[in-house]
Write a protein that binds this ligand. Sequence first.
Ligand code: BYC
Length: 332
Amino acid sequence: MTQTATPSAADTARESAFEAVIADGGYIEPKDWMPDRYRKQLVRMMSQHAHSEIVGMLPEGNWLTRAPSLRRKMTLLAKVQDEAGHGLYIYCGAETLGVDRHELVDQLHAGTAKYSSIFNYPTLSWADIGMIGWLVDGAAIVNQTMLAKASYGPYARAMIRICKEENFHKRQGYEICATLAGGTPAQRAMAQESLNRWWWPSLMMFGPSDKDSPNSAELMKWGVKRKSNDELRQRFVNLTIPQGQALGLTFPDPDLRYDEATDNWEFGEIDWDEFWSVVKGHGPCNEERLEARRAAHDNGAWVRAAAEAYAAKQRAARAAVAASPRETRRRS
Ligand code: BYC
């Protein structure tokens, strides 16, 4: 005979306390009780997000040695370093949920973890660096401004800091695009060609449409996501079209039109077959990106070994001081 466990009064009380915090728009903190499914959803989303920041360094890193001036090189270097920092904050945030970041990184290297589809496209021209800043960081800001109000405290706080840096990233990207769009005919053509390639993948960053998004309902119920994938995508389109028009560039979408009734820019159908193909590992650069991450990890083994040896030496020195008689400690 099977028995169904009846929740105890204590279980019910802590679940009610959790629900009350969510209903109140408050924050769940690492030591608070949370449903197992809430924890799992956050680990899934935060690990995907952290990996995106780390893999996201690769397409731009590709242009560090070819930036057209010292100023551009310094700015790009700072941006790529910022992305590494974002990845580290979010891995730290995920660790507050009881996972080990090494486990998450192993999943990335094994190809079983997800990261944003956008980083599986190649950076073929300098204009692509401008487009990444303007469109990719621009899309990330729209998404992350919402996540800065997520119900899990460590994730929300990481987003506040990250968004400040992303704003700078977007401006540097837009400035590159403005320079090229206002430059020679060849520079202008380079910017247009780049926009043609990056526009649709940028819209895909927001994930599948709401009807095909299996995680949204649960994430929204728990206040992790405060807006749906389609709502955010629309917001991004509405913000971005006037910015592109100010540059005199054309969006590669014949169905784009402003609807006065809704105050929205309506856009054409996204190629969802392309999206799922990239998500499943068959995009133009998926293999190359994972290979680069695995190589970086292997090549960094000596750094991890050195850091571990240094930490062990420090621990031994501290233990020796703690074990020594008081008198010796005072004199040393
Ligand atoms: N790419 O139920 P859904 C940056 C997956 S980096 C790949 O809607 P959810 C930057 C999704 O994971 C910051 N996979 O999921 C860095 C799920 O699969 P699993 C990038 C995607 O979680 C360097 C399945 O599809 N931002 O800014 O409710 C240089 C069903 O989707 C994608 C983030 O990472 C995708 N685009 O919503 C420059 C944002 N979309 O996990 C810039 C953090 C969906 O069930 N993440 N999938 O196997 C999120 O906000 C949400 O997870 C998403 C998806 C909106 C992406």
